[in-house]
Design a protein around this ligand. Structure first.
Ligand code: ZN
Length: 107
C-alpha cells in the first residue's frame, strides 16, 4: 500500500509542465513553421476586422504569420485565416487584410 502511494507521487512531478509553459511556441499559419513570437507578425480580430498587432499585446484570438509574401499566399490558398480564427470573413474582408499585411511587411 505504502509503496503504491510513493510511486504515484513521483510520477506526477510538475517540473516538466513548468518548463513547457515557458517555451510557448507560435506557429505560422502559412508554412507551419514554429518559433518565438517575435519572429512572426501577429494578427488579431478586432471588431470583426483583421488588424496587425504590431506590439503583440492585443487581447483576443490571434494568428501568426512569417513576415513573408510566401506565407501569406499559402495561408490564402489553405483558407487558414478563417479556419484558425474560427471566423467566416468574406473574401472582400480577407483581401483588405492581405493588402494591409503586404503593406506592413514591405515597410
Ligand atoms: Zn511562414
Amino acid at each position: 500500500m505504502g509503496r503504491e502511494t510513493f510511486r504515484r507521487n513521483v510520477c506526477t512531478g510538475g517540473r516538466n509542465f513548468y518548463y513547457m509553459k515557458n517555451i510557448k511556441q507560435r506557429t505560422c499559419i502559412g508554412c507551419n513553421r514554429t518559433g518565438d513570437k517575435n519572429e512572426f507578425v501577429r494578427v488579431v480580430l478586432l471588431d470583426d476586422q483583421l488588424t496587425i498587432d504590431v506590439e503583440q499585446n492585443q487581447d483576443g484570438r490571434g494568428i501568426y504569420l512569417c513576415p513573408m509574401v510566401d506565407c501569406l499566399e499559402k495561408a490564402k490558398r489553405r483558407r487558414a485565416v478563417n479556419h484558425r480564427l474560427k471566423t467566416r470573413l468574406s473574401g472582400k474582408e480577407l483581401e483588405k487584410f492581405y493588402i494591409l499585411f503586404l503593406d506592413f511587411i514591405n515597410k
